[in-house]
Ligand binder design. Structure first.
Ligand SMILES: Cc1ncc(COP(=O)(O)O)c(C=O)c1O
Length: 378
Protein backbone atom coordinates (compact mmCIF):
# COMPACT_ATOMS: atom_id res chain seq x y z
CA UNK A 1 0.00 0.00 0.00
CA UNK A 2 1.27 3.50 -0.83
CA UNK A 3 0.06 5.44 2.24
CA UNK A 4 -1.72 8.76 2.02
CA UNK A 5 0.26 10.82 4.51
CA UNK A 6 2.39 8.78 6.87
CA UNK A 7 4.72 10.03 9.62
CA UNK A 8 8.32 10.57 8.58
CA UNK A 9 10.52 9.76 11.57
CA UNK A 10 14.05 10.29 10.37
CA UNK A 11 15.64 12.79 12.74
CA UNK A 12 16.40 12.98 16.44
CA UNK A 13 13.12 11.38 17.60
CA UNK A 14 14.75 8.24 19.05
CA UNK A 15 17.49 10.23 20.79
CA UNK A 16 15.17 12.73 22.45
CA UNK A 17 12.57 10.13 23.46
CA UNK A 18 15.34 7.91 24.87
CA UNK A 19 16.50 10.92 26.88
CA UNK A 20 13.00 11.13 28.44
CA UNK A 21 13.02 7.40 29.19
CA UNK A 22 16.55 7.48 30.60
CA UNK A 23 15.83 10.43 32.87
CA UNK A 24 12.31 9.42 33.86
CA UNK A 25 10.74 12.65 32.56
CA UNK A 26 7.98 10.95 30.62
CA UNK A 27 4.87 12.77 31.81
CA UNK A 28 3.51 16.30 31.83
CA UNK A 29 6.56 17.98 33.37
CA UNK A 30 9.93 18.07 31.64
CA UNK A 31 12.11 20.30 29.52
CA UNK A 32 10.89 19.14 26.11
CA UNK A 33 7.43 20.67 26.61
CA UNK A 34 9.01 24.12 26.98
CA UNK A 35 11.38 23.44 24.09
CA UNK A 36 8.49 22.45 21.84
CA UNK A 37 6.57 25.59 22.81
CA UNK A 38 9.62 27.72 22.06
CA UNK A 39 10.21 25.98 18.73
CA UNK A 40 6.64 26.60 17.55
CA UNK A 41 6.60 30.19 18.86
CA UNK A 42 9.89 30.93 17.09
CA UNK A 43 8.88 29.23 13.86
CA UNK A 44 5.46 30.86 13.60
CA UNK A 45 6.65 34.24 14.87
CA UNK A 46 4.07 34.12 17.64
CA UNK A 47 5.08 35.67 20.97
CA UNK A 48 3.51 32.83 22.99
CA UNK A 49 2.77 29.15 22.48
CA UNK A 50 1.13 26.69 24.87
CA UNK A 51 1.36 22.96 24.19
CA UNK A 52 -1.81 20.87 24.48
CA UNK A 53 -2.78 17.21 24.37
CA UNK A 54 -4.16 17.53 20.83
CA UNK A 55 -5.61 19.97 18.30
CA UNK A 56 -9.18 19.46 19.50
CA UNK A 57 -8.35 20.45 23.08
CA UNK A 58 -6.40 23.43 21.69
CA UNK A 59 -9.57 24.52 19.87
CA UNK A 60 -11.80 23.97 22.91
CA UNK A 61 -9.61 26.02 25.20
CA UNK A 62 -9.07 28.74 22.55
CA UNK A 63 -12.79 29.26 22.02
CA UNK A 64 -13.24 29.44 25.78
CA UNK A 65 -10.42 31.99 26.07
CA UNK A 66 -11.92 34.03 23.20
CA UNK A 67 -15.00 34.38 25.39
CA UNK A 68 -17.41 32.01 23.64
CA UNK A 69 -20.28 31.16 25.98
CA UNK A 70 -23.23 28.81 26.06
CA UNK A 71 -25.95 30.04 23.71
CA UNK A 72 -23.54 31.92 21.40
CA UNK A 73 -23.25 31.37 17.66
CA UNK A 74 -19.85 30.64 16.08
CA UNK A 75 -19.25 30.86 12.33
CA UNK A 76 -17.14 28.06 10.89
CA UNK A 77 -16.81 26.24 7.57
CA UNK A 78 -19.12 23.43 6.49
CA UNK A 79 -16.22 21.54 4.90
CA UNK A 80 -13.75 20.67 7.62
CA UNK A 81 -12.69 17.82 9.83
CA UNK A 82 -15.34 17.68 12.57
CA UNK A 83 -13.14 18.78 15.51
CA UNK A 84 -13.67 22.58 15.39
CA UNK A 85 -17.43 22.19 15.15
CA UNK A 86 -17.41 19.71 18.05
CA UNK A 87 -15.37 22.22 20.07
CA UNK A 88 -18.07 24.86 19.53
CA UNK A 89 -20.61 22.39 20.95
CA UNK A 90 -18.41 21.57 23.98
CA UNK A 91 -19.05 25.16 25.12
CA UNK A 92 -22.80 24.94 24.61
CA UNK A 93 -22.57 27.27 21.63
CA UNK A 94 -24.00 26.55 18.16
CA UNK A 95 -22.17 26.50 14.84
CA UNK A 96 -23.34 28.52 11.87
CA UNK A 97 -21.91 26.57 8.95
CA UNK A 98 -20.54 28.56 6.03
CA UNK A 99 -20.25 27.07 2.54
CA UNK A 100 -16.90 26.78 0.72
CA UNK A 101 -15.41 29.15 -1.81
CA UNK A 102 -15.47 27.28 -5.17
CA UNK A 103 -11.95 28.42 -6.10
CA UNK A 104 -9.90 28.15 -2.90
CA UNK A 105 -12.21 25.74 -0.94
CA UNK A 106 -11.90 27.80 2.24
CA UNK A 107 -14.85 29.30 4.12
CA UNK A 108 -16.66 31.56 1.60
CA UNK A 109 -16.04 35.06 2.95
CA UNK A 110 -18.61 36.57 0.59
CA UNK A 111 -21.31 34.47 2.24
CA UNK A 112 -19.93 35.19 5.72
CA UNK A 113 -19.90 38.93 5.13
CA UNK A 114 -23.35 39.03 3.50
CA UNK A 115 -24.77 37.14 6.47
CA UNK A 116 -23.27 39.54 9.01
CA UNK A 117 -24.33 42.58 6.97
CA UNK A 118 -27.92 41.42 6.59
CA UNK A 119 -28.61 39.62 9.85
CA UNK A 120 -26.44 41.00 12.64
CA UNK A 121 -26.28 44.19 14.67
CA UNK A 122 -23.67 45.56 17.04
CA UNK A 123 -24.94 46.61 20.44
CA UNK A 124 -23.49 46.70 23.95
CA UNK A 125 -22.08 43.24 24.69
CA UNK A 126 -21.05 42.42 21.13
CA UNK A 127 -22.44 41.47 17.75
CA UNK A 128 -25.87 39.82 17.82
CA UNK A 129 -27.89 37.79 15.38
CA UNK A 130 -31.02 39.90 15.11
CA UNK A 131 -33.61 37.17 14.52
CA UNK A 132 -32.55 34.87 17.37
CA UNK A 133 -31.07 37.47 19.71
CA UNK A 134 -28.00 35.22 20.06
CA UNK A 135 -24.54 36.70 20.40
CA UNK A 136 -22.00 35.89 17.70
CA UNK A 137 -19.14 34.71 19.90
CA UNK A 138 -16.34 34.03 17.39
CA UNK A 139 -15.31 33.46 13.80
CA UNK A 140 -13.58 30.09 13.49
CA UNK A 141 -11.94 29.80 10.06
CA UNK A 142 -10.20 26.54 9.22
CA UNK A 143 -7.18 26.67 6.91
CA UNK A 144 -8.50 23.67 5.01
CA UNK A 145 -5.83 21.25 3.69
CA UNK A 146 -3.11 23.66 4.83
CA UNK A 147 -4.19 26.28 2.30
CA UNK A 148 -4.67 29.57 4.04
CA UNK A 149 -7.83 31.73 4.01
CA UNK A 150 -7.84 35.34 2.86
CA UNK A 151 -6.82 36.59 6.30
CA UNK A 152 -6.74 40.26 5.34
CA UNK A 153 -10.41 40.17 4.43
CA UNK A 154 -11.36 37.96 7.36
CA UNK A 155 -9.61 40.19 9.90
CA UNK A 156 -11.30 43.23 8.37
CA UNK A 157 -14.68 41.51 8.85
CA UNK A 158 -13.70 40.60 12.42
CA UNK A 159 -12.82 44.24 13.16
CA UNK A 160 -15.95 45.66 11.52
CA UNK A 161 -18.32 43.35 13.42
CA UNK A 162 -16.20 43.17 16.59
CA UNK A 163 -16.14 39.39 16.67
CA UNK A 164 -12.85 37.70 17.67
CA UNK A 165 -11.13 35.20 15.38
CA UNK A 166 -9.84 31.81 16.51
CA UNK A 167 -7.87 30.22 13.68
CA UNK A 168 -8.03 26.48 13.21
CA UNK A 169 -4.54 26.20 11.72
CA UNK A 170 -4.28 22.58 12.72
CA UNK A 171 -3.53 21.55 9.12
CA UNK A 172 -1.48 24.65 8.33
CA UNK A 173 1.86 24.51 10.14
CA UNK A 174 4.24 26.15 7.65
CA UNK A 175 1.52 28.02 5.70
CA UNK A 176 1.80 31.77 5.32
CA UNK A 177 -0.28 34.69 4.11
CA UNK A 178 1.65 37.78 3.00
CA UNK A 179 4.67 36.42 4.86
CA UNK A 180 2.84 35.97 8.15
CA UNK A 181 2.28 32.51 9.58
CA UNK A 182 -1.17 30.87 9.78
CA UNK A 183 -2.59 31.04 13.28
CA UNK A 184 -1.01 34.41 14.12
CA UNK A 185 -3.72 36.69 12.72
CA UNK A 186 -6.55 35.88 15.11
CA UNK A 187 -6.71 36.29 18.87
CA UNK A 188 -5.65 32.66 19.10
CA UNK A 189 -4.44 30.02 16.64
CA UNK A 190 -4.43 26.24 17.03
CA UNK A 191 -2.17 23.50 15.65
CA UNK A 192 -2.40 19.70 15.62
CA UNK A 193 0.43 17.18 15.54
CA UNK A 194 -1.64 14.07 15.02
CA UNK A 195 -0.31 11.21 12.94
CA UNK A 196 -1.16 12.48 9.47
CA UNK A 197 -0.12 16.12 9.92
CA UNK A 198 2.99 17.72 8.39
CA UNK A 199 4.82 17.05 11.65
CA UNK A 200 3.56 14.65 14.29
CA UNK A 201 3.93 13.86 17.96
CA UNK A 202 1.57 10.92 17.63
CA UNK A 203 -1.06 13.14 19.24
CA UNK A 204 -0.56 16.70 20.35
CA UNK A 205 -1.50 20.30 19.76
CA UNK A 206 -0.50 23.91 20.36
CA UNK A 207 -2.21 27.23 21.01
CA UNK A 208 -0.48 30.40 19.84
CA UNK A 209 -1.36 33.96 20.77
CA UNK A 210 0.21 37.40 20.93
CA UNK A 211 -1.62 38.22 24.18
CA UNK A 212 0.46 37.48 27.28
CA UNK A 213 -2.57 37.41 29.59
CA UNK A 214 -4.38 34.92 27.36
CA UNK A 215 -1.23 32.78 27.10
CA UNK A 216 -0.87 32.71 30.90
CA UNK A 217 -4.52 31.78 31.36
CA UNK A 218 -4.22 29.14 28.63
CA UNK A 219 -1.35 27.47 30.49
CA UNK A 220 -3.29 27.72 33.74
CA UNK A 221 -6.53 26.26 32.40
CA UNK A 222 -4.82 23.45 30.49
CA UNK A 223 -2.95 22.40 33.66
CA UNK A 224 -6.01 21.92 35.90
CA UNK A 225 -6.03 25.58 37.03
CA UNK A 226 -3.58 24.79 39.81
CA UNK A 227 -2.63 28.01 41.61
CA UNK A 228 0.93 28.09 42.94
CA UNK A 229 3.39 25.23 43.25
CA UNK A 230 2.75 24.04 46.79
CA UNK A 231 -0.71 22.85 47.78
CA UNK A 232 -3.27 21.38 45.50
CA UNK A 233 -5.31 24.55 45.31
CA UNK A 234 -7.21 25.00 42.05
CA UNK A 235 -8.77 28.43 41.63
CA UNK A 236 -11.28 27.58 38.86
CA UNK A 237 -12.47 24.66 36.77
CA UNK A 238 -9.44 23.50 34.82
CA UNK A 239 -8.61 20.86 32.24
CA UNK A 240 -5.94 18.22 31.87
CA UNK A 241 -5.05 19.27 28.35
CA UNK A 242 -1.25 19.06 28.72
CA UNK A 243 1.15 17.65 26.19
CA UNK A 244 3.41 15.05 27.81
CA UNK A 245 7.20 15.37 27.72
CA UNK A 246 7.66 12.12 25.77
CA UNK A 247 5.56 13.43 22.91
CA UNK A 248 7.04 16.92 23.12
CA UNK A 249 10.47 15.29 22.65
CA UNK A 250 9.23 13.78 19.41
CA UNK A 251 7.79 17.18 18.46
CA UNK A 252 11.12 18.96 18.98
CA UNK A 253 12.78 16.45 16.65
CA UNK A 254 10.01 16.85 14.08
CA UNK A 255 10.20 20.67 14.21
CA UNK A 256 13.90 20.39 13.29
CA UNK A 257 12.83 18.69 10.07
CA UNK A 258 9.88 20.96 9.22
CA UNK A 259 11.71 23.10 6.61
CA UNK A 260 12.76 19.95 4.73
CA UNK A 261 9.23 18.49 4.99
CA UNK A 262 7.78 21.71 3.54
CA UNK A 263 10.20 21.65 0.60
CA UNK A 264 9.34 18.04 -0.11
CA UNK A 265 5.57 18.64 0.08
CA UNK A 266 5.91 21.55 -2.37
CA UNK A 267 7.91 19.35 -4.74
CA UNK A 268 5.34 16.54 -4.59
CA UNK A 269 2.60 19.05 -5.40
CA UNK A 270 4.56 20.49 -8.33
CA UNK A 271 5.17 17.05 -9.85
CA UNK A 272 1.49 16.02 -9.51
CA UNK A 273 0.25 19.35 -10.88
CA UNK A 274 2.51 19.10 -13.95
CA UNK A 275 1.46 15.50 -14.58
CA UNK A 276 -2.28 16.20 -14.29
CA UNK A 277 -2.30 19.62 -15.96
CA UNK A 278 -3.62 18.42 -19.31
CA UNK A 279 -6.13 15.87 -18.00
CA UNK A 280 -9.71 16.69 -18.88
CA UNK A 281 -12.09 17.01 -15.96
CA UNK A 282 -9.42 17.55 -13.31
CA UNK A 283 -9.63 20.81 -11.40
CA UNK A 284 -7.08 22.24 -9.02
CA UNK A 285 -7.67 24.30 -5.90
CA UNK A 286 -6.51 27.90 -6.36
CA UNK A 287 -4.41 29.52 -3.65
CA UNK A 288 -5.66 32.76 -2.15
CA UNK A 289 -3.44 35.52 -3.67
CA UNK A 290 -0.53 36.28 -1.34
CA UNK A 291 -0.71 32.91 0.40
CA UNK A 292 1.87 30.13 0.45
CA UNK A 293 0.32 26.84 1.58
CA UNK A 294 2.22 24.02 3.28
CA UNK A 295 0.81 21.53 0.68
CA UNK A 296 -0.17 19.27 3.56
CA UNK A 297 -2.56 17.00 1.70
CA UNK A 298 -2.51 16.93 -2.10
CA UNK A 299 -6.15 17.13 -3.20
CA UNK A 300 -7.80 17.64 -6.60
CA UNK A 301 -11.33 17.59 -8.02
CA UNK A 302 -12.09 14.69 -10.32
CA UNK A 303 -15.08 13.22 -12.15
CA UNK A 304 -16.24 9.70 -11.13
CA UNK A 305 -14.75 9.98 -7.65
CA UNK A 306 -16.17 6.74 -6.23
CA UNK A 307 -14.92 4.62 -9.15
CA UNK A 308 -11.50 6.29 -9.07
CA UNK A 309 -11.15 5.58 -5.36
CA UNK A 310 -12.04 1.92 -5.87
CA UNK A 311 -9.59 1.69 -8.76
CA UNK A 312 -6.68 3.28 -6.87
CA UNK A 313 -7.30 1.32 -3.69
CA UNK A 314 -7.54 -1.98 -5.52
CA UNK A 315 -4.08 -1.11 -6.90
CA UNK A 316 -2.65 -0.51 -3.41
CA UNK A 317 -2.85 3.29 -3.50
CA UNK A 318 -4.39 4.84 -0.42
CA UNK A 319 -6.61 7.83 -1.18
CA UNK A 320 -9.31 9.72 0.63
CA UNK A 321 -12.38 11.85 -0.10
CA UNK A 322 -12.92 15.14 1.71
CA UNK A 323 -14.89 15.14 4.97
CA UNK A 324 -18.64 14.69 4.89
CA UNK A 325 -19.96 18.28 5.09
CA UNK A 326 -20.91 19.24 8.63
CA UNK A 327 -24.55 20.01 7.76
CA UNK A 328 -25.00 16.34 6.77
CA UNK A 329 -23.76 14.95 10.11
CA UNK A 330 -26.44 13.91 12.64
CA UNK A 331 -25.03 16.16 15.40
CA UNK A 332 -25.21 19.29 13.24
CA UNK A 333 -28.23 18.65 11.04
CA UNK A 334 -30.16 21.31 12.94
CA UNK A 335 -27.40 23.90 12.56
CA UNK A 336 -27.99 26.55 9.94
CA UNK A 337 -26.00 26.13 6.72
CA UNK A 338 -25.21 29.42 4.96
CA UNK A 339 -24.93 28.64 1.26
CA UNK A 340 -25.80 29.81 -2.22
CA UNK A 341 -25.28 26.65 -4.25
CA UNK A 342 -24.09 23.97 -1.84
CA UNK A 343 -20.50 24.07 -2.97
CA UNK A 344 -19.39 21.94 -0.02
CA UNK A 345 -21.45 18.95 -1.18
CA UNK A 346 -20.03 19.38 -4.69
CA UNK A 347 -16.51 19.33 -3.24
CA UNK A 348 -17.31 16.32 -1.10
CA UNK A 349 -18.52 14.48 -4.19
CA UNK A 350 -15.51 15.37 -6.34
CA UNK A 351 -12.38 15.92 -4.24
CA UNK A 352 -9.79 13.23 -3.71
CA UNK A 353 -6.56 13.32 -1.70
CA UNK A 354 -3.59 11.38 -3.08
CA UNK A 355 -0.46 9.96 -1.42
CA UNK A 356 1.88 12.78 -0.43
CA UNK A 357 3.95 11.60 2.54
CA UNK A 358 7.22 13.49 2.72
CA UNK A 359 9.08 10.20 2.22
CA UNK A 360 7.00 9.18 -0.81
CA UNK A 361 9.51 7.83 -3.32
CA UNK A 362 9.69 9.06 -6.92
CA UNK A 363 8.73 5.56 -8.09
CA UNK A 364 5.66 5.56 -5.84
CA UNK A 365 4.60 8.98 -7.08
CA UNK A 366 4.99 7.86 -10.71
CA UNK A 367 2.84 4.81 -9.89
CA UNK A 368 0.08 7.05 -8.53
CA UNK A 369 0.31 9.34 -11.58
CA UNK A 370 0.31 6.38 -13.98
CA UNK A 371 -2.73 4.80 -12.31
CA UNK A 372 -4.73 8.00 -12.40
CA UNK A 373 -3.91 8.62 -16.06
CA UNK A 374 -4.79 5.00 -16.95
CA UNK A 375 -8.13 5.34 -15.15
CA UNK A 376 -9.13 8.40 -17.14
CA UNK A 377 -7.53 7.61 -20.50
CA UNK A 378 -7.32 3.81 -20.63
C1 LIG B 1 -9.24 20.99 10.66
C2 LIG B 1 -8.89 20.19 11.87
N1 LIG B 1 -9.23 20.66 13.07
C3 LIG B 1 -8.91 20.00 14.19
C4 LIG B 1 -8.24 18.80 14.16
C5 LIG B 1 -8.05 18.09 15.44
O1 LIG B 1 -6.76 17.81 15.79
P1 LIG B 1 -6.43 16.56 16.72
O2 LIG B 1 -6.68 15.32 15.93
O3 LIG B 1 -5.01 16.76 17.07
O4 LIG B 1 -7.33 16.65 17.91
C6 LIG B 1 -7.83 18.28 12.92
C7 LIG B 1 -7.06 17.04 12.73
O5 LIG B 1 -7.01 16.07 13.28
C8 LIG B 1 -8.18 18.98 11.75
O6 LIG B 1 -7.85 18.50 10.54
Amino acid sequence: MIPLSAPNIAGNEWTYIKDCLDTGWVSSAGAYVGRMEEAVARYTGSPFAVATSNGTTALHISLLLAGVQAGDLVLSPDITFVAPVNAIKYLGADPLLVDSDPENWQMDLEILESFLAAESEIRPGGCFHMASGKRIGALLPVHVLGAICDMERLMAISGRYRVPVVEDSTEALGSRYRGRHAGTFGLLGCFSFNGNKIITTGGGGMVVTADSGIARRCKHLTTQAKAGTGEYFHDEVGYNYRMVNLLAAMGVAQMEQLPAFLDRKAEITRIYNEAFAGLEGIRFRQDVPGSVPNHWLYTIQVPRLRQLREYLESGGIECRPLWVPMHLLPAFRDSRFLTRNNQSEYLYQHAISLPCSTHLTDAQQQEVIGSLIRFFHG
